[in-house]
Design a protein around this ligand. Structure first.
Ligand SMILES: [Zn+2]
Length: 135
């Protein structure tokens, strides 16, 4: 079940999901982004407390400390607001491309990080998406 956006135009007659922007709201209907699972954000003060929903969500996608996903998240979070490219994550964490990119995809899916809209040239000269922690 997905939560479709009531204001977003249909695509192929199918409802489209909300498009969360950097401000934490849907770019179409302006709905606030629902709370995300909150594994280890005690050091931040911006998170809102929704005990019931966050508890349920946490069981779904909790990035356990020590997992690759948690490491990728920590890496990107530490670089807020500059963000990090896949190359930078791989090099900084010593992960292979095939290990890092799925973790980055999962984090983006769960709303922890987002495409910042910025690109940075990599060592090979190609432009790469800069992924940024969503505060
Ligand atoms: Zn929406």
């Amino acid at each position: 079940m997905s939560d479709a956006c009531p204001a977003r135009p249909l695509k192929k007659n199918k409802p489209q999901p909300h498009m969360w922007t950097i401000g934490g709201r849907c770019g179409y209907c302006r709905m606030d982004r629902p709370p995300r699972p909150d594994p280890e954000r005690a050091e931040t003060t911006t998170g809102r407390e929704h005990p019931e929903t966050s508890h349920a969500a946490a069981a779904r996608v909790l990035p356990n400390t020590g997992t690759q996903r948690a490491k990728v998240l920590d890496f990107i979070r530490a670089r807020y607001p500059d963000g990090a490219t896949d190359d930078e994550m791989q090099e900084g964490l010593g992960l292979r491309h095939q290990s890092q990119t799925p973790r980055r995809n999962e984090l983006a899916r769960d709303g922890w990080i987002e495409d910042s809209g910025v690109k940075r040239s990599t060592g090979t000269g190609a432009d790469a998406i800069v992924w940024r922690f969503v505060p």
